[in-house]
Design a binder for this molecule. Sequence first.
Ligand SMILES: Cc1cc2nc3c(=O)[nH]c(=O)nc-3n(C[C@H](O)[C@H](O)[C@H](O)COP(=O)(O)OP(=O)(O)OC[C@H]3O[C@@H](n4cnc5c(N)ncnc54)[C@H](O)[C@@H]3O)c2cc1C
Length: 284
Amino acid sequence: MAFYDGLQKYGCTVKTNARLRSAFGDTFTVQTAVFPSNFTAAAQAAKACKGAVYLGGITNTLVLEDIPLAVCMGGMKGIIDGERDIYVMGGESLSAACGWAKMRALSGMEQLCGIPGTAGGAAAGNSGCFGREMSDLIVYADVAIGGRVERVYAKDISFSYRHSSLKGLILGVMLRLTPSSGEKIEEDMRVWRALRASTQPGRPSLGCTFKKCGEVSSAYYIEKSGFKGMTEGGAQVSEKHAGFIVNTGTATARDYYNLAEKVRAGTVSPHPLEYEINILGTRT
Ligand SMILES: Cc1cc2nc3c(=O)[nH]c(=O)nc-3n(C[C@H](O)[C@H](O)[C@H](O)COP(=O)(O)OP(=O)(O)OC[C@H]3O[C@@H](n4cnc5c(N)ncnc54)[C@H](O)[C@@H]3O)c2cc1C
């Protein structure tokens, strides 16, 4: 019996040679992919799958080669109401959580409403936009680590720009929100969404490739260095926003990486560009 067969009784689906697709549109194989459907299943998966890669919506991860073992959280959905908090399962989409908060007339997530991916991925990378970050909202995170489930409170998590110190598989996060008016929240979300649509490319991407350079968007330096519109295979530095590398139709993850490396090496900026995306696999 394979080690993961026992996981199925907890509510995991296990697939071999699963083909997965990132938000950039490239595909890759996971030799053993474990998909938990609930909290207990995810905790058991984390315990059994030592050395596994954790995947959420794959909206911020570039996968350069096939992965032997992954726990894929996209099916572990659910939101539980508190008084003025919501508990969001690690695999729930952040957009769904924003929609839920709006429905409950709870304010705090408006700026985050267009960020794709899962709540777990957003907590792991302290995702944010328009001055609001996950760290502003997280009360605690439940994580599966070292065979146990631990509740880690915000005071024990160190957050910085697109980084959190959370380790292990994030099973769920408690978010603290503020009672407000549903109409006001809806209107604010409409404004932030429109701003996002007017500045970001419509083509498949992984969001911003590089972190901000000090207080300035890396896109400013990338554009100034002449990379806007540059292509490598099917990958292109977006004509609309030089911070994004987009798929013009047939790009591979390797096209993305090769282009990103050229941009990284050639951009003149006060500090070297640092990747915001997560990169899995051999880079050379
Ligand atoms: C069009 C577009 C716009 C975007 N705009 C923004 C933006 O405005 N702001 C922003 O911050 N980001 C943005 N992003 C990037 C991305 O959407 C976010 O970082 C998102 O929160 C990543 O979530 P995910 O589930 O897709 O993570 P994944 O890409 O699947 O994973 C990201 C990292 O988190 C880890 N991880 C994922 N789930 C878990 C878990 N449950 N437990 C432990 N670790 C986990 C992975 O191992 C990986 O290291 C954008 C991306 C796109 C494509």
